[in-house]
Structure formats: C-alpha cells, structure tokens
Design a protein around this ligand. Sequence first.
Ligand code: APR
Length: 305
Amino acid sequence: MKITVIGAGNVGATCAQRIAEGDLGDVVLVDIVEGLPQGKALDLLEAAPVMGHSRSVVGANGYDETTGSDVVVMTAGLARKPGMSRDDLQKMNAEIVEGAITEAHRRSPGAIFVMVTNPLDIMCEVAYRVVGGDPSRVFGMAGVLDSARFRAFIALELGVAMEDVQAMVLGGHGDTMVPLPRFSTVSGISIVHLLPAERIEALAQRTRDGGAEIVGLLKTGSAYYAPAAATFQMVEAVVRDKKRILPVAARLSGQYGIDGQYLGVPAKLGAGGIEEIIELPLTDGELAELRRSAEHVRAGVEALG
Ligand code: APR
C-alpha cells in the first residue's frame, strides 16, 4: 500500500507517523514549504529502526512521488487561530484543496481520498468536484474525532474505562454537530440510563466546543493528536478492509432525506471506501437537528459558488 499525506503540518506529520509506525503502508508526505516534508519524513524514517517497521517515508514539494497512491489523506490548509471559526477558513482552504487534490488525483486516479482539512464537510465537496465519479471514494474525517471526544468526556464523567465507551456524533463538523446520547453506550448500556439529562447535555456541549477548547489552550494552532488518531483509524479500515462502522462525512443520496451533499453519518468502511451508509432510526428531534446541521453545510457549499 502507498499512502500519500498532503500537508506536513501538525495533523499531517502526526498522521504520517501513525500510518508508518502502524505499518499500514509506505508514506509520501507532501507540503509546499521547502524542506519541511523532507525533514519530517527523514526524521520519521530514522525512528523506524527503534519502532520496528520497514516502511519507506518520503517527503516532497511536488506530486510526482505520489504517483500510484492507494489512499490520499488531505490535511493541507490553514489551521484555526483563536476566535476564528472553521467557516472563516473556507475560502482559503477551498483553493488549497482544489489545487492539491487536482494534482494528486491526476497521478493516482484510483485512490481513495480521506479529507481532513476544515471546514471539513465543505472541503469534501470541493474534493469530490475534482475527483467526480463514485462518491464512496471521497469522504471525510470528523465524526470519529467528535465521537472520540464525546467518548473521552463520558468515560471521565463516569470514571469508567475509555475503551468501554462508544459514542455516535453525526452531522457537520462544527457547532451544529449532533451528538446522539441514545446511541452512545458504555459496554452496550445507553448513557441515557447512566447519567442525568443535564450532565449528558453538558458533555455534548463540551464535545461541540471540543476543537475550540484546544485552540483556546494552544493559542497558535488547533488539535492534532486526536485528529491524527481518528484519521489513522479510517485509513486502517480501508487498507485492512476492516468493514468498520464509523461516523464518516459521506456524500448522501437521499439518506435521512438529504441529497447531494456531505454530512457525518454512520458508514461501513472497507477496501472500497464507503461500502454502506447506515440509516439510524432517529427521533423527530434528532432528525430535525441533523437537518439543521445539513442546512448549515449546504449554506457553506452555496457560498463556494
Ligand atoms: N499544498 C501543500 N501543503 C500546503 C499547502 C498547499 N497548497 N498550503 C498549506 N500547506 C501546508 C502548510 O505548509 C502546513 O505545513 O499545510 C500544513 C498545515 O499544517 P498546520 O498549519 O500545522 O495545520 P494542522 O494543524 O496540521 O491542520 C491542518 O487540518 O484539522 C484540520 O483545521 C485543520 O484545516 C486544518 C488542517
């Protein structure tokens, strides 16, 4: 397997590390800054003997080295600064995504594209417009991260093992995301049976604000360890054909009454990319929240023109 990671910043370099050290494939790291991807790739390669893998890790400022990639992970773009919303990033990052995905797709027309650049759902649409064809091969990482944050907060609140907590967060990656307590569980027990409603809402709100909380602390950048871990899990599902059920930013075609746009929904991820989109039996209230989130994403896409 050959995996290209575009963007050698915090998220991209950490993804490259997890992918190489997780033995998923050979990695090509691309960035516009001269020396940056080459330096980080060499540093990662020099860790290989210690970490015990033999994957090649190569850095480049162009795309020729990416030719024939099986998976392309897109992290290049500008990260949020304090007080900046994901939507503020939209125009700047749309140009970066369009240019980079065009170059990568030209050299790897059969690749699966995993989008990470924010605003995520809109950047998925920008990439899809370049790649075209089967939308199951272009999707985005958001729900795994948002759900991981919800899982961590639930585990901390209840004082239980992180690994026993599962959670489902759907919708767009932003303030309108939709945490679903009914479908969030501790070893199969829904959290609605374990926590009072107001505590659940507080944890859901902390999840919605999860990215901003980190930006506020870091001051000069946004989260990257958890985003890279979430991206790794999705790439692993594809590379190892794991058929994992994960929340994925997928292009919907009528599911949940939403057509022709990206939104976070549960999906089966395997070698073919998105192999199935799962429609949960949502209550009217949950569905209304999801559609509100979809409206927000749609407005962002319309603003692209
Ligand atoms: N081509 C390739 N790389 C680019 C381009 C481009 N056209 N434009 C910018 N980059 C690179 C930058 O040089 C930088 O190294 O993208 C990298 C971004 O890295 P960071 O600034 O560290 O940002 P990061 O924290 O990695 O976040 C990247 O992921 O989670 C999202 O919101 C986040 O959209 C942001 C993206």
